[in-house]
Ligand binder design. Structure first.
Ligand SMILES: [Zn+2]
Ligand SMILES: [Zn+2]
Length: 260
């Protein structure tokens, strides 16, 4: 089994850096060196100003051996996601793939997944309630009709907080909702470089998703081109054990399932 696709990458990193050949070509070179032949650029929607579809087309023409998908990661930032949604609606036909993410809980000024500072948002609070709240927000993003796939589905575990009670029903309902909307979820190796040191999502969630016949993408959430396909060997092992034998790719929001 050989993984060939990475559907979560941030060429601009953490700031607006307009798309250009200089910015993007190293990502293609790294993808090729890592054995990938299908990648999606999914910069954060707050940096949509840097995305240039013309530059992506030029990159495609110069690298015909790779599928290069135009994408974005739309999140729930209370300050920027309104503009992000409008941009996604406006550019829907040019985009291949949209990720939906929850990075914000009650604090509108700080992503809960900033490491280590975001962990402060969990202090003195009921972890079960935080989990419930988080998965409701995941459903809100899924319900926008503007996303193809949910990223890092159980990101809420990032700092290692675990629910005390049983949160299976909320996770089950969330997966049912995702299935009803015919959305995919990603298998993200990013969790392995975070304090929780665990794949997103957990084995239990993956097993439930398999039962519900939800499709998966494979993803690194690379913020540097050297992180593309990071830990994909380890992911391959995990997928073999769990029985995931196919992944999906997207062309203009149309899902195509590929056997591995
Ligand atoms: Zn994210
Ligand atoms: Zn991301």
């Amino acid at each position: 089994m050989k993984l060939f696709s990475d559907y979560h990458s941030h060429p601009q990193g953490h700031r607006v850096q307009p798309y250009s050949r200089e910015l993007l070509q190293p990502w293609i070179d790294s993808a090729r060196a890592g054995g990938l032949n299908d990648i999606a650029f999914t910069d954060h929607d707050r940096f949509h100003a840097g995305i240039d579809f013309g530059e992506i087309d030029k990159l495609r023409a110069a690298n015909p051996d790779l599928k290069i998908r135009a994408g974005i990661e739309l999140d729930n930032d209370p300050q920027t996601s309104g503009a992000g949604r409008k941009w996604v609606e406006k550019n829907w036909d040019k985009l291949d793939f949209v990720l939906g993410s929850v990075h914000y809980l009650d604090d509108p000024t700080q992503m809960f997944d900033s490491v280590p500072d975001g962990a402060g948002q969990f202090v003195g609070r009921s972890i079960d309630e935080i989990y419930e709240d988080y998965f409701h927000r995941v459903r809100d993003i899924a319900a926008t009709g503007l996303v193809d796939c949910l990223s890092h589905l159980d990101l809420i575990k990032i700092h290692g907080h675990r629910p005390c009670g049983d949160v299976r029903s909320i996770i089950n309902e969330t997966l049912d909702f995702i299935r009803s909307r015919d959305l995919a979820i990603e298998l993200s190796t990013a969790g392995w470089r975070k304090p929780v040191d665990e794949l997103y999502p957990s084995d239990r969630i993956i097993k439930l998703a398999i039962e519900k016949e939800i499709s998966f993408t494979t993803a690194s959430d690379a913020h540097s081109h050297v992180q593309l396909a990071e830990n994909f060997d380890r992911l391959t092992g995990k997928m073999s054990i769990l029985g995931v034998r196919e992944v999906c790719v997207y062309d203009k929001h149309k899902r195509e399932v590929r056997k591995l």
